[in-house]
Design a protein around this ligand. Structure first.
Ligand SMILES: Nc1nc2c(ncn2[C@@H]2O[C@H](COP(=O)(O)OP(=O)(O)O)[C@@H](O)[C@H]2O)c(=O)[nH]1
Ligand SMILES: [Mg+2]
Length: 458
């Protein structure tokens, strides 16, 4: 798997954040430490690692976000920062059918020895063929004797069209030889010779070849093993030649892939594809967003982020939060919330209470229960209450006949009305004691939990 270690750490870190009761300095320090270690192991630039650490520390100190869940904010910061350093936008290698154009698209792959050019050529040829384009490969690596053979084998194995000339030593001559034939294709992928490094000779050769075949795309192939050094390599190739983008190979066989990917983004060399093995299908279009979701191991990350964002945007929740804090939360408020929000749950109300969001996973089971299904019933129950009862639901506890009347009026059982009252009471008590919840210690928290008849796991 790609970037195994970093992914595992990110998962652990998000779990740690989610399961810890308090977002305090201790948690922030340990999260930052874990992230730093994993990012440096993935060979990500120290500067970027520091940036992320600082952002998390700042968020930890941010006093403004209390009612909404700070944990989710921190997870979002980690996600967004990673996205930023990997390249926010997905850049695609868009190749089209030739149509009326005279020339096919010519995609030339360049790079150092063994970076994976030839293997990647076959993968791309297959990839775009499967997507409906007429594709072929042209072997112009005249330096390595076995290069043409390798391409030929790959073509045979995967049923791809190949143009090579094992005896010709001049790349442009091979091109000339097939120029006419190549016009039958939508896309021609051109394999070129590499060097140990980017030297003058290689630049001259590629420039010369470029002049002859005028490629529509020149793509640099970089192996992930070189990690951060990808920056220097991409920079050098970019300044010497007209490079459109990068393909990072061998993401499967190194821990340093993070360095290679972030390095390319730093020098503004879009990563079109990553390759993850030697087989023909081991190539994927590089999409930073889904890549991060995957290494974070959270399919539901988008949902989580949405939740955080809506929590941030909700000006309405502010008003309600205030009422909760002031202990003025009535049945009417609860009803308004039930009415206006689809998929609303008491969890959500609870999460608006300062500090509650942090501990909602620790709340005794059954305390907030499965309210979703009760919501409809409760709405009717509240509708059947008098004004006095709504503002002061406590009076209901003393008078059984009132509860019976409400149950009858709303067509639900008395025990369902009682459960509504119980939940309401708990919320309100939590809210009024919640003023100091931010600073409550574990002992106080346990005491509070006991009061509500449950045990909290820490
Ligand atoms: N594990 C792994 N090996 C790869 C990948 N891409 C290429 N290789 C291997 O890297 C070696 C060099 O690849 P090659 O295409 O010949 O590189 P070239 O010299 O740039 O043409 C070969 O043994 C490939 O099988 C990849 O994504 N993962
Ligand atoms: Mg090769």
């Amino acid at each position: 798997m790609v970037l195994d270690k970093l992914g595992q750490t990110l998962k652990n870190v998000t779990d740690k954040i989610a399961s810890t009761v308090f977002v305090d300095k201790k948690l922030i320090d340990s999260v930052v430490k874990d992230l730093q270690r994993a990012m440096l192991q993935a060979d990500i630039d120290v500067k970027l690692v520091k940036e992320l650490s600082n952002k998390i520390r700042e968020e930890g100190k941010n006093e403004k976000i209390k009612g909404v869940d700070k944990k989710e904010h921190i997870i979002k910061i980690i996600h967004d920062t990673l996205l930023e350093i990997l390249g926010k936008e997905k850049k695609e290698l868009k190749l089209e059918k030739k149509g009326k154009k005279k020339e096919p698209e010519k995609v030339m792959l360049i790079g150092t020895y063994g970076s994976g050019k030839t293997t990647t050529i076959s993968k791309l040829t297959n990839y775009y063929k499967k997507r409906g384009l007429k594709t072929c490969m042209l072997g112009l690596d005249v330096h390595r004797p076995a290069a043409a053979e390798q391409l030929e084998q790959l073509g045979k194995k995967h049923n791809l069209d190949v143009f090579i000339d094992k005896d010709e030593k001049k790349a442009e001559k091979i091109y000339k030889k097939y120029e006419k034939k190549l016009k039958e294709y939508d896309v021609v992928f051109v394999d070129t010779a590499g060097r140990h490094s980017l030297d003058k000779e290689l630049v001259k050769e590629i420039k010369n070849l470029g002049g002859k075949i005028s490629p529509s795309h020149t793509i640099l192939v970089i192996t992930a093993d070189i990690g951060q050094a990808a920056k220097k390599q991409a920079e050098e190739f970019q300044s010497a030649l007209d490079v459109n983008g990068v393909i990072v190979t061998r993401m499967d066989s190194t821990a340093k892939g993070g360095g290679a990917l972030t390095a390319c983004n730093e020098v503004d060399a879009p990563v079109y594809f990553i390759t993850t093995g030697e087989k023909i299908h081991d190539i994927e279009s590089f999409n930073p967003t889904s890549f991060i979701s995957r290494i974070l191991g959270m399919g539901s990350l988008d949902t989580l982020i949405e939740k955080v964002q809506s929590a941030v945007d909700e000006g309405k929740s502010e008003k309600m939060k205030k009422r909760l804090e002031e202990g003025k939360f009535t049945m009417d408020d609860l009803y308004e919330q039930l009415k206006s929000m689809k998929g609303f749950s008491l969890d959500k109300v609870a999460s608006m209470i300062p500090g509650f969001g942090k501990m909602k996973n620790k709340v005794p089971e059954g305390m907030l229960g499965k309210q979703e299904e009760n919501m409809e019933k409760w709405k009717y129950a509240i509708q059947s209450m008098t004004k006095e009862e709504k503002e002061n639901p406590e009076i209901l506890n003393k008078e059984k006949t009132r509860i019976q009347r409400i149950a009858k009026g709303s067509g639900i059982t008395t025990s369902e009305v009682k459960s509504l009252l119980k939940q309401y009471k708990m919320l309100k008590e939590f809210a009024s004691s919640g003023k100091d919840m931010q600073n409550m210690d574990e002992k106080q928290m346990k005491k509070l939990a006991k009061k509500f008849g449950g045990k909290m796991k820490f």
